[in-house]
Design a protein around this ligand. Structure first.
Ligand code: KG4
Ligand code: ZN
Length: 356
């Protein structure tokens, strides 16, 4: 049996320093040999958000230790790695540069290919870590910086069907958490508080719910939450607001996903697979509501395992593996790209005056 390719993946686009080693499986998919993540929550907590300079410094301090650990845990020697894949964008340029330069240096020293990976493509392909999902599929990518419906036709082949016209969904969770006085990063905490509250207590808006196809808007929710949060006195009110927010998001995502599934079928796709990925895909109720929708619409709902929803290097290695198989290597002068859309032909749909 021929040796299966081993990929070292590196992620440093925001506030997670992560390195993973994976190996292609003979039956498809990938075996995760190690997946080390060092989060910087403590570094940024007191500032209520990610401070780019501090994040970059922390990546510089830790990247070689994390890489060493990833190799140790995987039991793979550096010279046995077949390619180095690293996130080249989108993200904070000072952070991206750390992982990218580190990856290029390893690649040059061991004379193995370097593969630049789009962070969003890492999320898009993250279900390949536990299933062998075939193209094409519909993707809902919901993270801290992006919320999009995409038709995934193949590696590197994306058509955007819908996007947020203002805040990303993760950002909406984080901003709501901040208004409720929850420490950064608050998104996951909202889900926990919501379980203790009454989801019908507050009536929150459902922006552009019946127009704009599967485009989404979340900024109006933040304003509505702010008004209510100002008058909150008891802990129970806080739980009710978190629960009402969570329920409102579920309604929006259910409706918009239904529209996206229709659109996906209308353009002739018969592979009924709906992949939901990105940090917010860890939210249990969102997983449940989309599983229900898929049952109704006869689609398979496919989620990455919870631990691979948030930023990690295994998903970067998986995207790297797919590119490796097609010999899509990158030159060592590949730049860090703070902006890098999956569908580079999609028009910009943000800000006041957007026509839907
Ligand atoms: O994909 P990710 O780790 O980083 C980006 O690429 O942005 O996503 C992070 C986002 C944050 O906004 C975080 O609050 C949100 O995902 N998030 C959640 C949950 N877990 C993470 N939002 C809602 N419920 C969760 N359980
Ligand atoms: Zn991400």
């Amino acid at each position: 049996m021929s040796k299966k390719p081993v990929i070292l993946g590196i992620e440093s686009s925001c506030d997670e320093t992560a390195v993973a080693v994976i190996r292609e499986k003979s039956i498809g998919g990938a075996e995760i040999l190690s997946n080390i993540i060092s989060s910087q929550i403590d570094v940024h907590k007191e500032f209520g958000g990610v401070v780019p300079e501090l994040a970059a410094r922390s990546h510089i301090e830790k990247i070689d230790i994390i890489a060493q650990k990833a190799l140790e845990v995987s039991n793979i020697k550096l010279e046995d790695v077949d390619a180095i894949a690293a996130t080249a964008g989108p993200g904070l340029i000072v952070c991206l540069s750390v992982g990218l330069n580190f990856a290029k240096a390893i690649s040059a020293s061991i004379k193995k290919p370097f593969i630049a990976v789009n962070h969003l493509e890492g999320h898009a392909l993250s279900p390949k870590l536990n299933s062998d999902v075939e193209y094409p599929y519909l993707l809902l990518l919901i993270s801290g910086g992006h919320s999009q419906y995409l038709l995934v036709e193949g590696l590197g082949k994306y058509k955007r069907l819908g996007t947020t016209i203002d805040d990303a969904l993760g950002e909406a969770f984080d901003k709501t958490a901040k208004l409720l006085g929850i420490e950064f990063p608050g998104g996951p905490q909202i889900e926990i508080l919501a379980k203790k509250g009454n989801p019908n207590r507050f009536d929150l808006p459902l922006p552009i719910i019946n127009k704009g196809g599967c485009n989404m808007s979340f900024a109006g929710l933040k304003t509505a939450v702010l008004k209510i949060a100002k008058n909150i006195k008891e802990e129970d009110d806080k739980y009710d607001l978190a629960a009402s927010f969570q329920r409102t998001i579920e309604k929006i995502i259910y409706k918009k996903s239904k529209v996206a599934l229709e659109q996906y079928k209308k353009i002739g796709n018969t592979n009924n697979k709906f992949v939901i990925a990105g940090g917010v895909a860890a939210n249990t109720n969102i997983r449940n509501i989309l599983t229900k929708l898929c049952e109704e619409e006869k689609f398979d709902a496919i989620f990455p395992p919870i631990e691979f929803c948030g930023d990690n290097a295994a998903m970067i290695a998986v995207a790297g593996l797919e590119k490796f198989k097609l010999k899509q290597f990158s030159n060592l002068d590949f730049p860090a790209k703070p902006r890098w859309a999956l569908d580079e032909n999609a028009i910009f749909l943000k800000g006041a005056g957007v026509k839907l």
